[in-house]
Design a protein. Structure first.
Length: 115
């Protein structure tokens, strides 16, 4: 039992260290106030792409994102923390899928993010 608990606690330390390194590496590469190019999602479904960005908005500023989803069968946007955790979705809108987005007749979807 002692050996199993020792292995379990070491696994927790190792995995925590790994996630901290992944987050640090990702956000060090991210250009502030810019969206990355979409790329295949590592470990995701075949054909699944993702992009990420980091913004520093003042209280009186808003971020407007406009894009064309082309023929994607599913599109979504999710806001999260630097630790890849969800924001307060209970009291605020923190994610949208394509049926909730404002998309024009010319297939351009627009999302506004504000504090």
């Amino acid at each position: 039992m002692a050996h199993a608990l020792d292995r379990t606690s070491q696994s927790l330390v190792d995995r925590t260290r790994s996630w901290l390194e992944i987050a640090e590496n990702m956000w060090q590469r991210a250009v502030l106030n810019q969206m990355s190019a979409p790329r295949p999602t590592p470990g995701g479904l075949v054909g699944q792409y993702s992009a990420y960005g980091s913004w520093d908005l003042a209280p009186d500023e808003a971020l407007v994102i406009a894009f064309s989803p082309d023929n994607a069968p599913y599109v979504s946007l999710q806001l999260g923390s630097l630790w890849f955790t969800s924001l307060d979705y209970e009291t605020r809108v923190t994610s949208l899928n394509q049926s909730q987005m404002a998309c024009s007749a010319t297939n351009v979807c627009t999302i506004v993010i504000a504090g």
